[in-house]
Design a protein around this ligand. Structure first.
Ligand code: FES
Length: 171
């Protein structure tokens, strides 16, 4: 039972329902709000830490995987205008594009927004993410439209005769 406001004006007793359900409402609200703020603050801090740990772990994993890998032939790339390959592992889809200016660029296909696969649009000369209409310019992989804020991870590719060799993933 709480203060005088809950008491009957005529008899001075708490109402019957209050006697059956003796809940301290004011105290409950105060503690609940405080606990909720604590929970949200700690929860946000934990999520931020988990985000940083995931980002750092991802960089460390990729840093150790800069092995060279044969990804295809220059003639096949020039014929199709693009080449899909996997680097540094078979689980990492990438795309190499021969730009209209004749430059060879290669990126991870994983969109930096929510990880959908980006595709090359010859009409726009850009990499497009179909999930949320993200657009990355082709020269540096920088986001120019849509929700992505970080550039695509770039893959260094060397041409050795007709062979294309991926040598490094720049995260
Ligand atoms: S996943 Fe690419 S724009 Fe959202």
């Amino acid at each position: 039972m709480t203060g005088k406001n809950d008491e009957c004006a005529a008899c001075g007793k708490a109402p019957k329902w209050k006697q059956d359900f003796p809940v301290e409402w004011e105290g409950d609200h105060y503690v609940t709000r405080r606990e909720m703020v604590k929970f949200m603050t700690l929860g946000s801090a934990l999520l931020a830490c988990a985000n940083w740990i995931t980002a750092i772990a991802g960089k460390l994993i990729h840093r150790g995987s800069q092995a060279e890998r044969h990804i295809g032939s220059t003639s096949a790339l020039d014929q199709a205008g693009l080449l899909l390959f996997r680097y540094p592992t078979d689980q990492d889809p990438c795309i190499a594009v021969r730009t209209p200016e004749g430059k060879l660029v290669a990126y991870s296909q994983v969109c930096t927004h929510l990880s959908c696969a980006v595709v090359y649009s010859k009409i726009d000369n850009a990499l497009i993410c179909p999930c949320h209409k993200g657009v990355f310019e082709i020269e540096r992989g920088s986001p120019i439209a849509g929700p992505p804020t970080r550039p695509l991870a770039r893959v260094r590719v060397e041409q050795r005769g007709d062979r294309l060799i991926a040598t490094e993933l720049e995260v």
